[in-house]
Structure formats: structure tokens, C-alpha cells
Write a protein that binds this ligand. Structure first.
Ligand SMILES: [Zn+2]
Length: 341
């Protein structure tokens, strides 16, 4: 898929970032989302935020994109990982080995990257349990397990050599980036704020052309075995970003840079409220499983999208459960459904 050329406005924002020494490397991925934006921060140390997936093609693209800025992989001194998804972390280890760059990520992400394969397998086991519990047909769950296993090679384990902290800083010769943990799309989403330049490197926390999925994730140690309520966590993160001052331009993990994050965040919150209201209406009409709710909302989606749909439905279901508008009940055979409270 060819990259759509940026609009004049996006081009101007990319130029503005480039003047501040932050350059976009748009790397093709095999995923539906298309290209991933990696950001080269031309400062000391020379830093790359995110890497693209683990493939020869992506590595070649990174090499060519670096060459456009007069740099080689060997010149990289620091690699920062924004979150745990394969399109962002796949090449970290390869690039770090070749360059000797330090690898930075928030502390929560470090053990996850170290045990990438095991973590992904555990996620898949949990995902399959969730899908069955929420009424997805067994054959769909089987196919998704196979698809996920086949895709896993686009990611890879990586060794984090420096852990970052929420509210801490990442220092350069000519700038300081403030580090904020913004979970929701994934448990490890991290954004970097250049307060002086007014830039927010937002990765997948905030994307203009698509609403990031609040992905259903496995409970972590110390969470008492309860499934994290991803959309509620995400809404909290969005509110934290909404309250930030000094964000003039957002440089996202996919698509074009944009201004007015507050306007976009308000729009996203309204969209989630509308969706929650719609789900509450469907449940009032008759009790339904999360799978049935997804079908009522979006029809029969592609099998590969089934997990994303379930995540989206459950995110809103969590909101309604929390507000006491709906309740969960047993639908038999290990499946649960939701009915009006
Ligand atoms: Zn992504």
C-alpha cells in the first residue's frame, strides 16, 4: 500500500517538527493499520522512537529512511519503545545490537519485552478464554488463535537497558522530554512531551484518523485476577492528556500529525458515550452476549477483527456495569450475557 501524501497542513506540521529535529520515518507494516510512524530525534544522543515490525522489508525501510537524514543504523545511540505492540517494537533488538544503542521503555514494559514470546502466548490463551466466555463461536476462536500465532513473528523480544518512569524525563543535549504513562490502548502506552517545542510524541494513545482500540488485556500480577477495564483506563488517560498544557502539535504512531488534541479528545469521549448508550439500549431490548452486541452494532465482521470488536464492546460494557445500568448473568455453557439492571 502506497502512503497517501500528507495534506498541506500535515506537511507544515511535519516541517515544524523537523525544524525541532524530530523527523518521521513511516515504515510499512503487514497490519491493517498500514504504516507505523517511527520518529528520529536528531539530538545527542541520536534517538529513534519505535522501530517498525520485525521483517527484512521493515529493516530495509528503516535503513533507507535513516539515510534520507544522513544517518545509518550504526549511528543510533538510543531507542525508545512507546508500547508493547509488534509494529512498534519488532526491530528493537536488531537495531540495538547493530548500533549498541541503549533501549529505553517504561519499567512495566521491560519484563514484557524480555519475555515477548511467553507473554504473547499467555495473552492468546487469555484472549481465547475471553472470546469463549463472551459467546464467540469455537471455530472463530480457533482460527484467531492460528492467525495470532502466525503473526507473532512480526514481533520479537528485546532487552530494555534503561527503564523510564511516569513523570520522569528523557534528557538530550538540546531538549528534555517528559515521560507520561498513558495506558488504555495497551497497558504500556507511553507518550513523550517536548514542553519547549510544544510537541507530543503520542504513539497509539491518540491518533487522528482512527480511534485507538481499548484492547482487552490479561490481568497482571497484583490485579487480583480481574480483567483490567481497558476503556475506563483509557478514558482516564485521555483526561490526563486533555489536562496537559503546552501541546501544540501531536506526532502520532500512525497517520498524520495534528493540532488541537483537546478537540479530538472531547470528540472521542462523546463517541464512546454514544456507543455506550447504544449498547445500553440493545441490552434493554433483550439480554445479549458481548458477541451478539458486536453483531448488532457492526454485523458480521471479518474473523480477524473479532477480537478488536469484542474489546470495543467489553470496554463499553465495563462502563455500563460500573454505572449500574446493566448486569452480567450466566447464559449457560460457560458463557455470560448482559441484561438491564
Ligand atoms: Zn501501532
Amino acid at each position: 500500500m502506497a502512503a497517501t501524501p500528507p495534506t498541506a497542513e500535515a506537511r507544515a506540521l511535519l516541517d515544524r517538527a523537523a525544524q525541532a529535529g524530530v523527523h518521521r520515518l513511516a515504515i510499512l507494516t503487514p497490519f491493517a493499520v498500514g504504516r507505523v510512524n517511527c520518529w528520529l530525534i536528531d539530538d545527542e544522543p541520536l534517538t529513534l522512537l519505535d522501530t517498525g515490525p520485525n521483517s527484512g522489508k521493515a529493516l530495509d525501510a528503516v535503513e533507507r529512511a535513516l539515510a534520507d537524514h544522513g544517518r545509518r543504523v550504526e549511528d543510533l545511540e538510543r531507542i525508545v519503545v512507546s508500547h508493547q505492540h509488534m509494529d512498534h517494537e519488532g526491530l528493537v533488538e536488531i537495531l540495538a545490537r547493530r548500533s549498541g544503542a541503549e533501549v529505553c521503555a517504561i519499567a512495566l514494559l521491560a519484563p514484557w519485552l524480555a519475555r515477548f514470546g511467553d507473554e504473547m502466548e499467555a495473552d492468546d490463551v487469555f484472549g481465547a478464554q475471553m472470546m469463549l466466555r463472551h459467546g464467540l463461536p469455537h471455530d472463530v476462536v480457533r482460527v484467531l488463535r492460528a492467525v495470532s500465532a502466525a503473526f507473532r513473528g512480526w514481533g520479537a523480544p528485546a532487552t530494555v537497558t534503561r527503564e523510564l518512569y511516569h513523570g520522569g524525563t528523557l534528557d538530550f543535549a538540546a531538549r528534555t522530554l517528559r515521560v507520561w504513562h498513558r495506558p488504555g490502548h495497551s497497558p504500556t502506552d507511553t507518550v513523550l512531551h517536548d514542553e519547549e517545542a510544544g510537541l507530543l510524541l503520542a504513539a497509539d494513545h491518540l491518533i487522528h484518523h482512527i480511534s485507538s482500540n481499548p484492547l482487552l488485556t490479561r490481568p497482571r500480577d497484583g490485579e487480583g485476577g480481574a480483567r483490567p477495564r481497558a476503556l475506563m483506563i483509557y478514558l482516564e488517560s485521555m483526561a490526563a492528556t486533555r489536562a496537559m498544557e503546552g501541546v501544540e502539535v501531536v506526532l502520532p504512531g500512525h497517520g498524520e500529525p495534528f493540532t488541537d488534541p483537546a478537540g479530538l479528545l472531547d470528540e472521542r469521549v462523546r463517541m464512546h458515550e454514544r456507543r455506550a448508550a447504544k449498547i445500553a439500549g440493545l441490552v434493554r431490548h433483550e439480554p445479549r452476549t458481548a458477541y451478539e452486541l458486536g453483531q448488532a452494532l457492526w454485523g458480521n465482521v471479518a474473523v480477524t477483527q473479532a477480537y478488536l470488536c469484542l474489546s470495543e464492546v467489553l470496554g463499553h460494557v465495563d462502563l455500563l456495569l460500573d454505572r449500574g445500568e446493566i448486569v452480567e448473568e450466566d447464559a449457560g455453557e460457560g458463557v455470560v450475557r448482559f441484561s438491564a439492571a
